[in-house]
Design a protein. Structure first.
Length: 203
C-alpha cells in the first residue's frame, strides 16, 4: 500500500494513503457518475485538499482513469473467471450472472460504472469518451477471441460469428445495468439472463 506525505493548507505534512483515497474516489464516482461528481465532493470524501489531489493523481480525468482501473480489478473479476470456463455457453452464463451479482450487491450502487459514464459522456471528441470506447473494444475483442477458440475446439459451430456473439453478450450486460439503475430487481435481471441464455440455446 502506497503512502505519501503531502501538505495541508497550513503547511503541516500529513501521511496520505493513496490506495485508501482512490477507494473513496471510486465510491463517489460510482454513486454520482463522472459528470455529476465535483472536485469538492472528491476532496471531501478523500480527506484531502485540491492541491493534494492534483499532486497525487493529476486532474479529475486522470483520477477517474485510475478509478476505472481499480473498478475493473476489484469489481469485475468475474470477467476473467468466465473466460476460463470450458464451454462458450458457460462463459456467457458466468459472465451474465456475474453482472447480476455486481448490480444487486447491496454494498454497491445499482449500476455499472462503465455503462453509467458512457451514457453521460456522449461527445465522441471527448478524450474520456474515447478512453471508454477503447476499453469496451478491448473487452469485446477479448470475449471474441474466447469464442474463436471455442469454434476452433469444436465447442461452437463453424458458422458462428464470434464478433457478433461478443457484441450480443456485452449488449445484454450493459442493458442490465441501465435496467438496474432505474429500479429493476434481481429477479427482473435474472429473467433477462434466462431469456438471453435461451437465445443461446443452440450454442
Amino acid at each position: 500500500m502506497e503512502t505519501r506525505k503531502l501538505h495541508t493548507a497550513q503547511g503541516r505534512p500529513r501521511a496520505f494513503d493513496i490506495d485508501e483515497a482512490l477507494e473513496k474516489a471510486l465510491q463517489v464516482f460510482w454513486r454520482k457518475g463522472y459528470l455529476g461528481t465535483s472536485l469538492t465532493e472528491l476532496t471531501e470524501a478523500m480527506g484531502i485538499n485540491r492541491p493534494s489531489l492534483y499532486a497525487a493523481f493529476g486532474n479529475k480525468e486522470t483520477l477517474f482513469r485510475k478509478v476505472l482501473d481499480l473498478y475493473q480489478e476489484q469489481q469485475t473479476p468475474y470477467m476473467a473467471q468466465a473466460l476460463k470456463e470450458p464451454t462458450a455457453r458457460k462463459v456467457i452464463e458466468r459472465m451474465m450472472y456475474g453482472v447480476v451479482d455486481l448490480l444487486t450487491n447491496p454494498d454497491n450502487p445499482p449500476r455499472c460504472l462503465y455503462a453509467q459514464t458512457v451514457l453521460s459522456c456522449a461527445d465522441p471528441s471527448d478524450p474520456l469518451y474515447q478512453e471508454l470506447a477503447e476499453r469496451r473494444i478491448l473487452i469485446e475483442a477479448t470475449i471474441c477471441d474466447r469464442f474463436e477458440r471455442a469454434i476452433a475446439e469444436g465447442d461452437l459451430s463453424s458458422d458462428t460469428d464470434p464478433a457478433a456473439l461478443a457484441r450480443f453478450v456485452l449488449t445484454v450486460n450493459f442493458g442490465m445495468s441501465v435496467q438496474a439503475s432505474s429500479g429493476a430487481s434481481r429477479a427482473d435481471l435474472l429473467q433477462v439472463v434466462e431469456m438471453a441464455l435461451q437465445a443461446c440455446s443452440n450454442l
